[in-house]
Design a protein around this ligand. Sequence first.
Ligand code: NDP
Ligand code: 8X3
Length: 251
Amino acid sequence: MKKTAFITGATSGIGKATAEIFAKHKIRLVICGRRLERLQNLAIELSKTTEVQILNFDVADKNAVFNAINSLPKEFQDIDILINNAGNAHGLAPVFSGDTDDWDNMIDSNIKGLLYVTKAISPNMVKRKSGQIINIGSISSKYVYEGGNVYCATKHAVEALNQGMRMDLSKYGIRVSAVHPGLVDTEFSTVRFKGDKNKADEVYKGFQALTADDIADLIYFVVSRPYHVNISDILILPTAQASGTQIHKEF
Ligand code: NDP
Ligand code: 8X3
């Protein structure tokens, strides 16, 4: 039987690439994000190979999350795979000069948003005693770097939630995993630097960063293991990256 996946943050980067690889494998899709036009364009493309449903909401808006998920048509209500991917970094300032709106944004999306979506979707998985949740953490779930204070804290929280969710859900036959990427060349840094493309491009210069497709391939690997196999936690780095702070660059 065809599986149904629910992907948050499918309008760009890792989430979009994951939607594309899942579509190739005929997984039915619920694709989510705030930018409606991007969702619509992606849905047109992916509908050539699988059934696609759009959900346009902000994961940080609790009511919007529950309203959107409750509005799913019957044929998309049984979610087999949840990819908790939506999230971003906002700013790279030291804690004494950081913008509290940036902090709220990261905490509300990366932690609370992930929790709201999980709370809306997991009860049905528990009822069906089946399902898989993949939480997109980061190398920043394991290391902290200068100026990464709050972003890294949100990703450390994802690491803790991943462990906690697995403890809560494995007894119901639900697989819970975290995929923790190092530097991936997506819109991530453009968002972090508030649209400053030159500053964002600097992050990925002098070495070969991971691509969104590299991460999507790994996510598909995780979901395609036999059901008794749960890849619980995996760190994926560019070859040039050794830690959260050590990246070998050549110019
Ligand atoms: P992108 O900026 O390309 O994608 C982020 C996605 O998240 C977009 O689709 C965006 O959609 C969505 N999103 C962000 N905030 C919200 C929100 N409040 N409500 C709904 N959707 C939201 O970055 P990536 O693809 O790189 O990031 C995806 C995930 O991977 C994030 O959790 C990030 O922390 C993590 N990650 C990224 C790494 C990297 O180096 N790029 C490395 C490690 C982890 P929209 O704006 O349309 O709502
Ligand atoms: C994104 C990777 O190192 O920019 O989580 O924080 S990093």
